[in-house]
Design a protein around this ligand. Structure first.
Ligand SMILES: Cc1ncc(COP(=O)(O)O)c(C=O)c1O
Length: 416
């Protein structure tokens, strides 16, 4: 990361609060994950982690395909130069209009979660006089261990239960306008360490083999998901995965003789590992006071800029690390309450943080929030300005933008 205090001290310094995305770090994360996967593996960037146009463009330019799940993500991915034929459109419920937009854009591959989903995709493709390919998403029998957030092996909107697919394979077969290209598995997010990753991939490969054996056809593509963990709102480095590529190659070669020359193509998805460490939220202290014996620090940023979804169990509850950006900050003060400016007591990041002594006007920063930061927060609540988003390479500012949320477009009115 470029020197933050220098970045915020120069004449063209970004306003605060600001999300700073370090594009060099983004490149390094891509290189690290690529090196952790078998050479022939395909890699999707999951835009849900951070759809900022330059983050997406950086990862597409590096070699990622786009995993998208909404019209907004589709448009960002197209504008970033992603090849629609290489995109994967996912999500457990899709509106006809959204599928139609994707089909018109020539998106090549859809993850489908049910027989109805296959019928719906077939209907939309037929209306457009075209054919598409689908991966059937699998809800595996048991959750894999070591997950930050379980998304399989439980009653779920994601995927079709293995038992259902084994009992009624005809429901999951091709449709006139939909070719079944293979399977999609995504066991959970923020999986901690190589052993846990290998355990879930082993389970997924075994499930694919069971399904393929039962149906008598081998898939052409298996998307094994990912869940590659990374620090979130805490100081620390992205984990090294030094043996993962070799262990995956062995696993896949054992499961599919002749792999990778023969057998299915294999894909992985990542949002957090690719984008997490490139982002830092820089925000200013608005007030410092004593309340009932504790120090309370009120910041420009709160749950509208970081962490709103943690309350919904989308992410583990966060207690963000705050590091000072200004040299002026004093010695650490334990037991500090850290809040945002919103008119709700829920807007509290920490009740007993150890924070350097700060004063109004000081700058503080939360590291490792390039994924599920701004775009997973309650941004519209109370209509505060959105943070500036700054992309940097070294000490060069590449671009500064701000999303505008408070403009209402009239789409209907009876006012005459
Ligand atoms: C289907 C699917 N793919 C990819 C991801 C991205 O996960 P991560 O950002 O942890 O890599 C998610 C996250 O929930 C997901 O549901």
């Amino acid at each position: 990361m470029s020197d933050l205090s220098a970045l915020f001290d120069r004449p063209d310094a970004p306003q605060t609060p600001a999300y700073v995305y370090d594009l060099d770090e983004l490149d390094r994360s891509y290189a690290a994950l690529r090196a952790a996967l078998p050479g022939s593996a395909e890699l999707f960037y999951s835009l849900k982690a951070n759809p900022h146009p330059e983050v997406v463009a950086g990862l597409v330019a590096a070699g990622c395909r786009a995993e998208i799940c909404s019209p907004g993500e589709l448009r960002v991915a197209l504008a970033a130069g992603a090849d629609p034929a290489g995109m994967l459109y996912t999500g457990p419920g899709k509106r006809d209009a959204d599928l139609a937009e994707a089909v018109r854009a020539e998106v090549g591959l859809f993850s489908v979660d049910s027989p109805y989903g296959l019928d719906q995709l077939d209907r939309v493709a037929r209306t457009h006089g075209t054919g598409v390919r689908a991966l059937v998403r699998i809800n595996d029998d048991t959750p894999a261990p070591g997950q930050g957030l379980t998304m399989t092996g439980v009653t779920s909107q994601f995927g079709a239960d293995v038992r259902w697919m084994l009992d009624r394979p005809e429901l999951f077969g091709p449709r006139p306008h939909v070719r079944i290209a293979g399977f999609h598995l995504y066991m959970g997010s923020n999986v901690d360490g190589e052993d846990a990753l290998i355990a879930q991939f082993t389970q997924s490969v075994e499930t694919v083999r069971r399904l393929a054996a039962a149906s008598g056809t081998y898939p052409e593509l298996i998307d094994l998901g990912g869940g590659f963990g990374a620090p979130f709102a805490r100081a620390g480095a992205r984990p090294d995965l030094p043996k993962l590529a070799d262990r995956l190659t062995t696993l896949l070669a054992d499961a599919f003789p002749g792999w990778p020359r023969e057998g299915p193509r294999v894909a992985f998805e990542s949002g957090r590992y690719l984008a997490g460490t490139c982002g830092t939220l820089v925000t200013r202290v608005l007030d410092v006071k004593r309340s009932q014996g504790a120090t309370v620090v009120v910041l420009e940023s709160g749950i509208h800029h970081l962490g709103g979804m943690s309350g919904l169990r989308r992410l583990p509850p966060i207690v963000p690390d705050l590091v000072t950006v200004d040299a002026a900050a004093g010695p650490p003060q334990p037991g500090t309450v850290v809040t945002g400016p919103l008119c709700t007591p829920l807007d509290t990041w920490a009740r007993a943080a150890v924070l350097p002594r700060v004063r109004p006007g000081d700058l503080v920063a939360v590291p490792n929030v390039g994924a599920y930061g701004l775009y997973a927060s309650l941004v519209a609540f109370l209509a505060h300005p959105m943070p500036v988003e700054v992309t940097v390479r070294g000490d060069r500012i590449i671009a500064m933008t701000r999303l505008e949320l408070t403009r209402h477009t009239v789409i209907g009115s009876d006012r005459g």
